[in-house]
Design a protein around this ligand. Structure first.
Ligand SMILES: C[S@+](CC[C@H](N)C(=O)[O-])C[C@H]1O[C@@H](n2cnc3c(N)ncnc32)[C@H](O)[C@@H]1O
Ligand code: SF4
Ligand code: SF4
Length: 494
């Protein structure tokens, strides 16, 4: 095989970054993430199915599905804002042929692209012919890309065979409730069997179809992710039951995500003033589900036309046709570049494995029982502590303690530093999203924000080595937790 640089040159793609800058994250979660034979192979390149993979691989949503067969009180597909990043929002709707052209264009410039999904702006199985046609064209032209679908599940039982025939092995179903009384508070109507159903009857139909779709999809070997929107006061006390039910029916991952609610979005919940959960409330619910590895915690609740690595959406530049260069279409060269990127990632993973496993084991060995701390990490990717506090637009939160180093979620807030000065109101928001966090780890933090963070009980730890997150956290832990430094010295270097 050609060297990555040669492949990149021949493909006229964005060259792979120099070796020193390439991500070198360790798949220490691999065993936790994939506990059945063959599963790791199916998730290792999927940025949504594997937290570890999202440091390496990009996804692209193609907005070929405008219509929807149900109504959710948190969704308003008419509202579109180019600066807004949340589900259902989209700037351009595509035909199947237009979608393939877009994917071809992005793939030629982004060797990290591994997954193409249909995720709205409506439901991919309401006008299923558009979605299936898109998959068929993509499967034919770019067979190495993983194809993926998100649906509310109402029409899923009717399309399992068609999805299997196209080798669609990853499907997400949104399931917010089991009890139709609760469901009726979330979904006012569904359109099924040529008529509109309302209230509890509608919610019962949706529930039965979701369970049937889930069972049939998992029986057909599809890796199913279940999305549940956590809506305080409606389904928060119900979430454990939902979790048990979907796991019992073979769901691979459960993504409990916060309600996004704002009157400006024009949704029923937004206009009613129903709030989403705070990050701390979301954390408590996720922890109560206690099946850590099978919970997705790195979801960014993307737009229906999102493109790029999770957390750094490039859809505006890509859809505007600029920003990434102007590579000529050349599917073979782009496919070789993707292959080369996968090889780079495989090497990096192998090389770094020991490092993070050792850090994890070290923390387990030295942590006093019951000591579990949440730490917010500033990273711009690659699994490293490599970002200044003032530039962070999201914090990767880890639980560090007797259970080792566990990824606990992403907390988003606008960055504090606005080029030379800091924004006090933004710091207020950051402090509120980090309310249950006991430390913040970054490359550098200014004296002003440090004072406010520390006054709020958040210790600040600077580390300029650009080390992996796990190694930095193990070092921080040894320094921060009384007694663990000495134990660490006995255990040897991380
Ligand atoms: C990618 S899917 C779209 C496919 C399909 N229509 C569905 O809803 O499952 C969008 C996901 O975002 C969720 N979502 C939409 N609006 C939301 C909001 N305001 N807050 C939280 N989640 C939301 C949906 O429930 C769904 O899980
Ligand atoms: S199913 Fe999806 S697209 Fe349809 S209303 Fe609900 S969130 Fe919106
Ligand atoms: S919304 Fe969540 S699951 Fe879907 S592409 Fe974004 S990160 Fe992945």
């Amino acid at each position: 095989m050609q060297a990555p640089a040669a492949v990149a040159a021949s493909a006229k793609v964005t060259p792979l970054p120099p070796a020193a800058e390439r991500p070198r994250r360790v798949p220490h979660n691999k065993r936790r993430e994939a506990d059945a034979p063959g599963v790791w192979e199916r998730i290792k390149d999927h940025p949504c199915y594997s937290e570890e993979a999202h440091h390496y691989f990009a996804r692209m949503h193609v907005a070929v599905a405008p219509g929807c067969n149900i109504q959710c009180n948190y969704c308003n597909r008419k509202y579109d804002c180019s600066n807004e990043s949340r589900p259902g929002v989209v700037s351009n709707r595509l035909t199947p042929e237009g979608a393939v052209e877009k994917v071809r264009d992005v793939a030629a410039r982004m060797p990290q692209l591994s997954v193409v999904g249909v995720a709205g702006p409506g439901d991919g199985l309401f006008q299923a012919d558009r979605t299936l046609r898109t998959f068929e064209l993509l499967r034919r032209e770019m067979p190495d890309l993983t194809l993926c679908l998100s649906t509310n599940g109402l029409a899923l039982p009717d399309h399992i065979d068609a999805l299997k025939a196209l080798d669609i092995g990853h499907v997400t179903i949104t399931i917010n409730y089991l009890d139709p009384e609760i469901g009726a508070e979330i979904h006012p109507w569904v359109f099924h069997n040529h008529r509109r159903w309302r209230g509890v009857e509608a919610a019962r139909i949706l529930h039965e179809r979701q369970m049937e779709g889930l069972e049939r999809a998992t029986a057909a070997g599809v890796l199913v992710k279940v999305n549940s929107v956590l809506i305080p006061g409606i389904n928060d006390d119900h979430m454990a039951e939902v979790n048990r039910a979907v796991r019992a029916r073979g769901a691979f991952l459960h993504n409990v995500m916060p309600l996004i609610s704002d009157p400006a979005h024009g949704t029923v919940f937004g206009l009613d003033g129903r709030r989403g959960p705070t990050p701390a409330e979301l954390h408590v619910v996720r922890e109560s589900l206690s099946n850590d590895a099978r919970l997705m915690k790195h979801c960014r609740q993307c737009r229906a036309d999102a493109v790029g690595m999770l957390g750094e959406d490039q859809c505006q530049t890509v859809h505007a046709g600029g920003g990434c260069g102007s590579a000529k279409d050349d599917p073979d060269a782009a496919s070789e570049a993707r292959e080369a990127w996968r090889a780079v990632v495989a090497d990096s993973r192998a090389a770094q494995q020991t490092d993070a496993e050792r850090a994890d084991a070290l923390v387990r060995a030295v942590a006093p029982a019951g000591d579990d701390r949440l730490v917010a990490v500033c990273t711009r990717g690659g699994g490293r502590v490599n970002l200044h506090f003032g530039k962070a637009t999201e914090f990767h939160v880890y639980a560090v303690g007797a259970d080792g180093i566990r990824f606990a979620g992403i907390r988003r807030a606008d960055n504090y530093c606005l080029g030379g000065y800091g924004e006090s109101e933004r710091l207020d928001t950051i402090l509120s999203v980090l309310e249950d966090v006991s430390a913040m780890v970054c490359v550098k933090v200014g004296a002003g924000p440090r004072r406010r963070l520390e006054a709020a009980g958040i210790a600040c730890h600077e580390d300029t080595r650009l080390e992996t997150i796990e190694t930095t956290l193990a070092d921080w832990y040894a320094a921060a937790v009384p007694g663990s430094g000495a134990a660490r010295a006995e255990a040897g270097p991380a």
